[in-house]
Design a protein around this ligand. Structure first.
Ligand code: SAM
Length: 191
């Protein structure tokens, strides 16, 4: 089973890098392909392709696109229906802007699409949730989530992440280093 991340942002920003590293750990490097990476490949681990998934499609067998706008929810049985699962490598815009549909589903109309609920998750959360469903065979409605999390910063302020996160062992699962990054990012840092 292959997990494809079509990078859609202009750069591999630090936040994105942390999410992508988390993805490589979650599904392991040999099962992940980052496509459409024009620069910043040195920050990633796994198979990295400069070309878009739209050009490389024949390499990837039967592809399922994970799109919040899909009508059907991903189920454990989908593991045997598809060879590859495709995600948008994009930092979430809040509110959701339908970018997955515009940039992936609408341009690859021969691929089936599935949702992971109708609330936007970070890309690494979406990959982790898909792995729990497809590999660990836990149906979507048996997973625990928290919508919107608040990260307390050192200076008394806090940062709200307006996305859905998976709860495991009583805590939201976040990329390693994200809290530290949010604590120390300054105004010159782009997300
Ligand atoms: C941060 S989300 C971006 C979503 C984008 N703003 C939109 O409205 O389509 C990054 C990727 O994670 C996956 N994803 C996140 N939440 C999802 C959901 N609820 N259902 C299916 N896929 C989801 C999609 O592949 C999406 O492209």
């Amino acid at each position: 089973m292959r997990f494809i991340i079509e990078h859609l942002d202009p750069e591999v920003f630090r936040w994105c890098e942390l999410e992508y590293k988390h993805i490589s750990l979650v599904v392991s490097e040999e099962n992940v392909v980052f496509t459409n990476v024009r620069s910043g490949a040195d920050k990633l681990s796994g198979r990295i392709e400069e070309k878009s998934v739209k050009e490389l499609k024949p390499d990837f067998g039967k592809i399922c696109i994970l799109d919040p706008k899909a009508k059907k929810t991903l189920s454990p049985d989908d593991a045997s229906l598809f060879d590859s699962f495709l995600f948008g490598g994009v930092l979430g815009n809040h509110p959701m802007d339908g970018r997955t549909e515009k940039e992936l589903s609408a341009q690859m109309p021969d691929c089936e699409i599935r949702n992971l609920g109708d609330v936007q998750m970070s890309t690494d959360t979406a990959v982790l949730v898909a792995k729990r469903i497809l590999v660990d065979k836990i149906p979507f409605d048996k997973l625990e989530f928290k919508d919107e999390i608040e990260i307390e910063l050192d200076d008394g302020f806090s940062n709200i992440l307006p996305y859905r996160y998976l709860i495991e062992d009583g805590k939201p699962v976040l990329p390693y280093g994200l809290i530290d990054y949010l604590m120390h990012e300054d105004e010159t840092n782009q997300m």
